[in-house]
Ligand binder design. Structure first.
Ligand code: GLN
Length: 542
């Protein structure tokens, strides 16, 4: 039926627009519709690949190797929309594409302008996804806040699409803030202003998602409806959820968001099937079995920098009927001369070292891996976290004191992790980033093979350095065993400690493919092992 829902934000940023859009997507899917998700980012960067995790949170990687905004991760967790380069649009890309066409002479000498050329290109990009056969609804989240200079061309494109396709085919959802002031009073004025601003651009919102710390009283909802020209039932109270963000689809459903959206678009759909979400919430809030996972990394203070890893750990918990508590440990703390590693890591049931770039904090990660290996604590290394296993094992088991990745020590005596071109037996491979999905072959008799239960798996990559083939055999023989390789056997994809309760590293990023209703097998197995380790520790203490 090819209908569109645009989600804009008002008042201020960080209102959880991405999760709101994703939750609406999940509700529409639960009613049997085929949904696509698109994120529009008004910044001029062409993609998120070069953006610092400090500024921007995690970079989410798609199968086709696009480095995108972390909201695509929310889409992946909440919906089954296919996600690729097509689903992430930035101002940078739109301008690049228009300028490219201009250089090719495709505008036939006309003056190239924001309206219509930029706006046309925006509409083309959106409709290239949403007009495909079999797609029912396309939800487009417009990043930024209404009123920002950068988002104007996108909002203008939205206005045009409403005009061209008609109100029954396009819905405008606005996420806004109802702040609480002294003595707990909720204020609607900022919302009135932001809707006014939207209407000045020519967009009348059909649905308001009102973020507030508490549920909105009915009289306030009616007041907002009256001031904004939105139906009473379409003013939805998006109050703060204390438990888990996976409750948000259920909260919206209880207020009839999916019914309202479908009614406004004139769509008949089946009943909502939400038992999967109910189970997720029930385990995450109800289970009294808690597993503590230490995540040892360097961007720890920023809560979104390992978003998909954090979520995948929760999913692993759900699959094991337990609640995962994350203990974030800044790896640099482990490096301090007076740091007591055993004390800092002693309280966790499992240790995960996630991906990362640059040498800062790596020594602390190596200490974490060493602690896990020598104390029988389950360890899961992802990308850099697997390379750390190699460095640790080379230094402390092989006795190659100065072993390192050439990323951190370019001219060291033992480059155990290096660029392919630096490895003697592989030539002309180039030092570019391996990005996106590729296949791995899991070797018989390994832990990873038994976890996946199959030989060939496809996972996403985002890295430049590889385990050196020069040291591969030496490492394997000493007990850091290769569990997975690239399909042609040329590169290491996974390593494990066979004599250990659970120690495994992967060069790829399984976290991008984990869902709350369907945990990734590696996270399920890791959290399961951590739970067993925790139970063993408790047993020993009693
Ligand atoms: N910095 C390492 C590399 O480029 C690891 C990358 C990562 O963890 N994503 O290979």
């Amino acid at each position: 039926m090819n209908k569109y829902i645009f989600v804009t934000g008002g008042v201020c940023s960080s209102l959880g627009k991405g999760v709101a859009a994703a939750s609406l997507g999940s509700l529409l899917e639960s009613r049997g519709l085929s949904v696509r998700m698109i994120k529009v980012d008004p910044y001029i960067n062409v993609d998120a690949g070069t953006m610092s995790p400090y500024q921007h949170g995690e970079v989410y990687v798609t199968d086709d190797g696009a480095e995108t905004d972390l909201d695509l991760g929310n889409y992946a967790r909440f919906t089954s929309s296919p996600l690729s380069r097509d689903n992430s649009i930035t101002t940078g890309q739109i301008y690049q594409e228009v300028i490219q066409r201009e250089r090719e002479g495709r505008y036939l000498g006309r003056t190239v302008q924001v309206i219509p050329h930029i706006t046309d290109r925006i509409k083309q990009r959106v409709r290239a996804v949403g007009d495909q056969e079999g797609v029912d609804m396309t939800i487009v989240e417009i990043g930024g806040t209404v009123g920002d200079i950068e988002s104007f061309p996108f909002l203008e494109a939205v206005r045009q699409m409403i005009h061209e396709l008609g109100k029954s085919n396009v819905l405008a959802v606005h996420v806004t803030l109802i702040p609480e002031v002294a003595n707990g009073e909720l204020k609607t004025k900022p919302t009135q202003h932001s809707v006014k601003e939207l209407r000045e651009i020519g967009i009348q919102p059909d649905i308001l998602l009102c973020r507030a710390p508490v549920p909105l009283p009915d009289d306030l909802r009616r007041k907002i409806a009256l001031f904004t020209n939105v139906e009473n039932e379409a003013v939805i109270s998006a109050y703060d959820i204390q438990s888990t963000l996976y409750e948000i689809p259920l909260m919206y459903h209880r207020q009839g968001l999916d019914d309202t959206a479908l009614k406004l678009l004139g769509v008949d759909a089946g009943d909502a099937e939400l038992s999967g979400w109910e189970r997720v919430v029930q385990v995450m809030t109800g289970s009294d079995h808690v597993v503590r996972i230490g995540v040892v990394g360097k961007y720890i203070e920023l809560s979104d920098s390992y978003k998909s890893v954090d979520e995948a750990l929760y999913h692993g918990g759900i699959a094991n009927d337990c609640r995962v508590e994350l203990v974030k440990i800044d790896s640099e703390r482990l490096e301090k001369p007076d740091a007591d590693v055993a004390e800092l890591l002693g309280g966790v049931d499992g240790i995960l070292v996630p991906g990362g770039f640059g040498g800062r904090g790596v020594r602390g990660m190596v200490l974490a891996a060493q602690y896990a290996r020598t104390n029988g604590v389950p360890y899961f290394g992802i990308c850099l976290g697997m390379q750390v296993m190699v460095i640790e094992f080379s230094r402390f088991v092989l006795g190659l004191e100065d072993a390192d990745s050439t990323e951190f020590t370019p001219d060291g005596p033992h480059p155990v992790v290096s660029l392919l071109e630096e490895q003697v037996d592989v030539k002309n491979y180039g030092g570019t980033m391996r990005l996106g999905a590729s296949r791995s072959r899991l070797l018989p008799g390994t832990r990873i093979r038994s976890i996946y239960g199959r030989e060939i798996v496809e996972e996403r990559h985002r890295h430049r350095y590889e385990v050196s083939n020069v040291y591969r055999q030496q490492l394997n023989e000493a007990g850091l065993v290769t569990g997975g390789v690239t399909e042609d056997y040329s590169l290491v994809e996974s390593l494990e400690w066979p004599e250990h309760p659970w120690g495994l590293g992967v060069q790829f990023h399984p976290e991008f493919k984990s869902k709350p209703v369907e945990s990734h097998p590696l996270f399920r197995a890791f959290v399961g092992a951590a739970a067993a380790h925790g139970a063993g520790r408790q047993g020993a203490a009693e």
